[in-house]
Ligand binder design. Sequence first.
Ligand code: HEM
Length: 327
Amino acid sequence: MSSPAVADSVDEKCNYVLQALAMGAEFPPQHVFRNEITEKDYPIIPLSEVQADHDGNVWVCLDGGVYDVTAFLEAHPGGSSRIEMASGQDLSKFWAVYKLHNRPHIRLLLEEFRIGTLSTEDALRIERETTFGNYYESDPERPKQKEIRVASMHPWNSEPHPEALYENFFTPNDIFFVRNHNAVPELSEEDWELEIEGNEALGIENKTFKLSDLKKRFQKRTVVSALQCAGNRQEELITDGRPLYVAPHWRNGAIGNAKWGGVLVRDLLKECGMDIDEIALRRKDTNGMRIVILSQRTLMRLVYHTLELFQSRKLLTRMATHFLRMR
Ligand code: HEM
């Protein structure tokens, strides 16, 4: 296909990406963001400077662009340490694993942090020298992959199609929505432990349980309950010019009904000394301690105040608007 004309603004570049995709380009159509578009706007920064110590600030590269993403660290849905891991390196190797980034709205976001351009030689060098292993190789097989919608492979996030939800009173296990932030941990039954942290005011003693303790010492209870991810249907919030910067872009299947089995938290707390029955009946107080469930509005206010600490007013306004609209 022929390359679209040179784009100046970030919005224009993203429109070109969408246009290129509609024309059948391989994703991501790199040429739209490549150096000839931006070289004239940004200073050339030598790779040695990109990789120098910036006093805690994090600079990364992609397609010949240099980005100072420090202001975004705390807001990154994948956590700040993941971006720090890519400091001084080329993002393409990381995003070849975390493919969910290779979409226009994230390129648009990244462009807000652009500070410079690498020489062609440095751009090729950093692309060549950056390596990143795929620690998702031990993730479980997903046999029903074709019957579900995979929102992202790394980390694995998937949802069933709505028909499967209304055809089954209990959503089958192998299509039930999965929300991961990391690779599936490989645990050994013998080594796994659940630690309950003590709290004097509530009368809770510090205790540790092995899986075999949970199975032997407590009664197994079952509860029939529907479970929904708080972000279900978030994809519907996206409109022209209003992208959404949260993973994993659910449609409408991040919900399911199941019979859950296991140990009640109540039974565990009781075992650790908490007089849960008397507290529930309000015959015993909690020494002034309150168990608080945050409303979503309060949570969003907290997110807003955290974001306010950032220097990027533009990013703050954009992200806060999205979060507040999700209330
Ligand atoms: C430095 C530039 C980066 C930017 C601007 C960025 C941006 C984002 C955004 C906007 C999301 C939300 C997903 C969405 O809206 O579709 C996201 C999620 C995520 N990112 Fe990044 N990212 C960056 C670097 C990285 C790196 C280097 C890694 C890994 C080494 C990474 C790992 C992740 C993961 C695992 C998620 C999903 C989190 C979840 O499922 O809750 N990101 N990122």
